[in-house]
Design a protein around this ligand. Structure first.
Ligand SMILES: *Cc1c(COP(=O)(O)O)cnc(C)c1O
Length: 368
């Protein structure tokens, strides 16, 4: 039995009819960029997250960059972000013209550590907490540091669609929030897509301007912009999936519970936990083991698509090496050598999970 890290076929099949009908609507009008499907999705996603505005864009990295630019974070600004994140967080900061300032993470949840943030906050003008693996960063304490030092908060919400903290969804804590609808995300398109959410009318307007060639109306371009827009066909897919997202997140939660249960008696495997106040949506199920590379090789050899998120912290990643010194982020650096993402997706079967855990237990016993 092989088990992929992510299997999107189960989701695709559930929305097949709705997608066919929606694609037919779009093909009939040939309005492929923007239009009524995009506007409808934007309204639906804004409502889902409890925000006033949602602006669909081309991908999650653009969403983060445009959010930064729209709130005026750019040249000479230093933006704190967790050392353990996907490289796109730092990439967006640099592309906006600002400097990424990696901050260590907490050992239990691998989310930005508010104490580490406090140490660099005086030198920064913004912070981009990342709601990693499907749960929100500790926004109460991050917000307190941000208020004390006057930092603008922009959330990287690429991995947490549907998650909440103290009942509040992604986007409730920052002035602007970027999310990704890359196919493997909890809410994934059939290609690249992303969005910015905000309660600020001016920020929303500014994002729309920037994302559409700096254009406020046809052939009027008051600022230099970008081309980063949401396609109508992707909006069709996202609308269909959004209706099922809450159920699919429940499926993910049940799969996470099953892993916790199956791995309870297994020595040498540290399972992930949910921080107090968080509703976790399990974008990734990340365990920690010793001799991770050998364990991963055994899993892969047995046909199990386990992965690593992420093998190198930001400051040890080629293009970003100048933004932090090795040794400066001990928790993130140690964790990078131990973390192992197990297959998890809505539709994963009990048999598949049992197989993953059996192979994992054997590999850990061999290499532990
Ligand atoms: C996926 C992801 C992004 C970037 O999204 P893209 O749509 O791939 O550009 C940014 N940050 C995090 C944490 C992500 O997981």
């Amino acid at each position: 039995m092989t088990v992929p890290l992510v299997d999107l076929g189960w989701q695709r099949d559930q929305i097949a009819d709705e997608v066919r009908d929606g694609f037919a609507r779009v093909l009939a009008t040939t309005g492929f960029v923007g239009g009524p499907e995009v506007a409808a999705f934007e309204a639906e996603f804004a409502e889902f997250t409890g925000r006033t505005h949602c602006v669909g864009v081309g991908n999650g990295t653009d969403a983060l960059e445009l959010a930064l630019r729209a709130v005026g974070v750019g040249r000479d600004d230093r933006v704190a972000l967790p050392a353990n994140t996907f490289v796109a967080t730092a990439e967006a900061v640099l592309r906006a013209g600002a400097v990424p300032v990696p901050v260590d993470v907490d050992d239990e949840h691998l989310l930005i550590d508010p104490d580490a943030l406090a140490e660099v906050a005086a030198t920064c003008t913004a912070v981009m907490p990342v709601h990693l693996f499907g749960q929100l960063a500790p926004m109460g304490r991050v917000g307190a540091v941000a208020r004390e030092h006057g930092l603008v908060v922009i959330e990287d919400a690429a991995q947490c669609q549907g998650a909440t903290q103290d009942g509040k969804a992604m986007g409730a804590f920052g002035v602007a929030t970027g999310t990704s609808f890359y196919p493997g995300k909890n809410l994934g398109a059939f290609g690249d897509a992303g969005a910015i959410t905000t309660d600020d009318d001016e920020v929303a307007e500014r994002v729309r301007l920037l994302a559409n060639h700096g254009s406020d109306r046809k052939y009027s371009h008051p600022v230099v912009g970008f081309n980063s827009r949401l396609d109508a066909l992707q909006a069709v897919v996202l609308r269909a999936k959004l209706r099922l997202l809450a159920d699919w997140n429940i499926e993910r939660g049940l799969a996470a519970d099953a892993y916790a249960d199956l791995l309870k008696g297994v020595d040498g495997v540290r399972v992930p936990t949910t921080a107090t106040g968080n509703e976790h949506v399990w974008h990734l199920y990340v365990v920690r083991v010793a001799n991770r590379d050998a364990v991963l090789a055994d899993l892969n050899a047995a046909g199990i698509g386990a992965g690593i998120h992420y093998p190198t912290p930001v400051h040890e990643t080629g293009a970003f090496a100048q933004y932090g010194a090795p040794g400066g982020y001990p928790v993130a650096e140690r964790a990078a050598a131990e973390i192992l993402s197990l297959p998890l997706f809505p539709g994963i079967t009990r048999d598949q999970q049992e197989r993953v855990c059996a192979v994992l237990a054997e590999a850990v016993a061999r290499h532990g």
